[in-house]
Write a protein that binds this ligand. Structure first.
Ligand SMILES: [Zn+2]
Length: 462
């Protein structure tokens, strides 16, 4: 019997569900018998997988919004995930958790300094939760280009995951890892998932009793030469999308001896098998859209109906981001600090690692008056909400008048309000005017209507 390694990577992520104004998750009637979808998916997926010890045996990334929710509302599960990851690191010399850019932003579509910020915030969040540096990083929707890979490498990340349709070259070394040459002459590692094998589990999940037949049909012919096979999929596949998924995963993790594979994780495998072959990437591709990232820019056939609202909303957010950045940069110049490194470190305040005065002091700004410090902190918080506007789910679905785009607009309103607290400037006029061009197919409401309704509901001045 031939021998190979098998890694299952779960992408555990939930979009932000908390109302930006109340900080609470609204009641979600579709999640019955649970109060909201986080609770329901916790019961179906996160809790049973944690109880079964799967977070010590698979490779995974845990998105920031979900990690924060688990920490607060399902602490036993959260603790189990963290301790299993740390135990894995103690045994194998490498963790099995991957970091993730903190707001799940489509990085190739973001400005360079925002990509750096998302990566730095993701690494700091990972370090805060798992108490060690990440070796790998998950790219949101696997959206990739060379500049993004260079930023990961510069941040000390050694590898990421791509899907086989996103790379070019000889893939006879299975999932790799492969070396990708960067334009500046450097390199980074890439594990390549087997799309068809991943889909055979994600979309045609066998029952636990059928795992032997599944392994025989899907793994036996792929398994050879001590190579790695990589299944990468949504973590919610196991228990939420497929109720039998937790038991099936347990069976796959226990059946290696019968089918000639050995279970491993990306961290452990990377530690033992440096890249020996090389591939090139196909830029501006993602695992969930075959149209060069159009899904998150102007729309594409991945979502039904008229997608013109996506381009209009993105333009509104981009213009607002430029306005907010200009105010922040002017204030930085006036107060005498370098704007973007301070913002990159601001995540420590959001994580509760240090308070505002300590952060400012660490950047040589202990001399600021109380008033100046407060202004700087308001503008930094505005930058946090400005980053949040770009979470990938803002543009992922088919319509403007859904919670995800509404939340993006609400985050923009938060950023505007904080900027006004800091400087007295009202920047809302252009944002509202730009939003008027984005119109929902379903309800006919424009982005400006949503803006007005949010202002009315939140009773906030911008
Ligand atoms: Zn598409």
């Amino acid at each position: 019997m031939s021998h190979c390694f098998l890694c299952i990577h779960g992408h555990f992520y939930q979009p932000p569900r908390t109302d930006p104004f109340t900080g609470r998750i609204p009641h979600e009637p579709t999640a019955v018998p649970y109060a909201n979808w986080n609770e329901r998916i916790h019961a179906e997926c996160y809790a049973p997988n944690a109880k079964a010890g799967h977070f010590g045996r698979i490779s995974f990334n845990l998105g920031g919004t979900l990690a924060r929710w688990l920490d607060e509302y399902a602490h036993t599960t959260y603790e189990r995930i963290v301790t299993d990851e740390q135990a894995h690191r103690n045994i194998w010399g490498a963790g099995n958790g991957l970091a993730q850019p903190v707001h799940h932003t489509i990085l190739p579509l973001a400005r360079r300094r925002d990509r750096i910020c998302q990566v730095q915030w993701g690494i700091a969040s990972f370090r805060h939760r798992f108490r060690h540096d990440p070796v790998g990083m998950w790219l949101p929707e696997m959206a990739v280009d060379y500049e993004t890979l260079g930023i990961l490498r510069d941040a000390g990340i050694h590898f990421t995951i791509l899907s086989d349709e996103q790379v070019e070259g000889d893939l006879s070394a299975g999932a790799g890892p492969y070396r990708v040459r960067l334009p500046d002459g450097g390199e980074i590692g890439v594990f390549v998932r087997d799309r068809h094998l991943s889909n055979s589990l994600s979309f045609e999940m066998p029952s636990p009793d059928d795992v032997d037949d599944w392994a025989h049909a899907q793994l036996t012919w792929r398994c050879r030469d001590d190579h790695l096979l990589l299944i990468a999929t949504d973590g919610e596949t196991f228990g939420h999308h497929h109720r039998q998924g937790v038991a099936t995963l347990a069976r796959i993790l226990a059946s290696g001896d019968r089918h000639g594979y050995q279970i491993t994780t990306l961290g452990a495998y990377w530690h033992q098998h440096p890249p020996t072959a090389e591939v090139e990437i196909i830029e501006n591709t993602a695992w969930s859209c075959a149209h060069h990232l159009d899904r998150w820019v102007i729309g594409c056939e991945c979502t039904p109906g008229d997608s013109r609202w996506k381009g209009a909303l993105r333009r509104a957010l981009d213009n607002l981001a430029s306005d907010l950045d200009l105010v922040y940069q002017c204030e930085a110049q006036r107060l005498g600090f370098v704007p973007w490194p301070l913002r990159d470190d601001y995540i420590t305040v959001m994580l509760g690692v240090m308070d505002g005065p300590a952060l400012l002091a660490a950047h040589g700004l202990g001399r600021l008056t109380a008033n100046e410090s407060q202004r700087a902190m308001y503008l930094l918080e505005a930058q946090f909400y400005r980053q949040r506007m770009y979470t990938s789910c803002t543009f992922f679905f088919e319509d403007l008048d859904r919670l995800e785009p509404q939340y993006a607009i609400a985050h923009g309103i938060r950023a505007l309000a904080l900027t006004r607290y800091a400087t007295g400037e009202d920047l809302s006029h252009r944002f509202r005017r730009d939003l008027a061009i984005a119109v929902s197919n379903r309800t006919g409401r424009s982005g400006a209507d949503i803006f007005d309704a949010l202002i009315d509901r939140g009773r906030v001045r911008v």
